[in-house]
Design a protein around this ligand. Sequence first.
Ligand code: DGI
Ligand code: FE
Ligand code: FE
Length: 194
Amino acid sequence: MKKVKKYLKKHLTKERYQHTLGVAYTAMSMAMRYNPDTSNDDFVKKAEIAGMLHDCAKNMDNGKKIKICKEHSIPYSTFEENHPYLLHGKVGAYIAKDKFGVYDEDILKAITWHTTGRPNMSLLEKIIFIADYIEPSRKPIPELDVIRRLAFEDIDKAMEKILGNTLRFLEEKHNPIDNMTRATYNSYKHMRAQ
Ligand code: DGI
Ligand code: FE
Ligand code: FE
């Protein structure tokens, strides 16, 4: 973890580093709450690693992100090509693996999908997605108080609410929306309708 922290301090802005620590601690708290095997802390440790690394490629310039994707055959959509900031998850997972030897697929997926989510997310993926949204240094967002409570009470409801609010926010700002973000939202909405 020392090596990871050193890398992050070098490559992230001060605010982004602070956010990263907040996500890691929040993810660990949620992992303690939802730990599928309470006889050990493996899951909590995974949440810490995923949280620490989720935004490791956030401050990388867009050209470099595209270059890494091309060089390492990481598939990306035309939408992502036109909005390369959406690629920081995929590139981040590559760095986690290549630079820090993280091979756990669940951790790599949690990093990969933390921005748009995806249908059928694992528990760890949901935890990172939610921790990213609710960590203590997040600027005030509508309904943050409700979502923070839901995060520890009903994780799927928290997912649905975050996705719904994110889509509303993007639509209000007339920002284009990635199909994956919409697909993720629909999957949680349907889950509730069943
Ligand atoms: O990297 P962070 O800022 O910590 O958080 P993030 O990786 O979740 O990125 C958040 C931003 O991504 C937020 O402003 C909403 C935006 N976003 C999420 N889905 C989409 C999207 N932006 C566009 N244009 N389209 C999407 O589908
Ligand atoms: Fe991010
Ligand atoms: Fe983040």
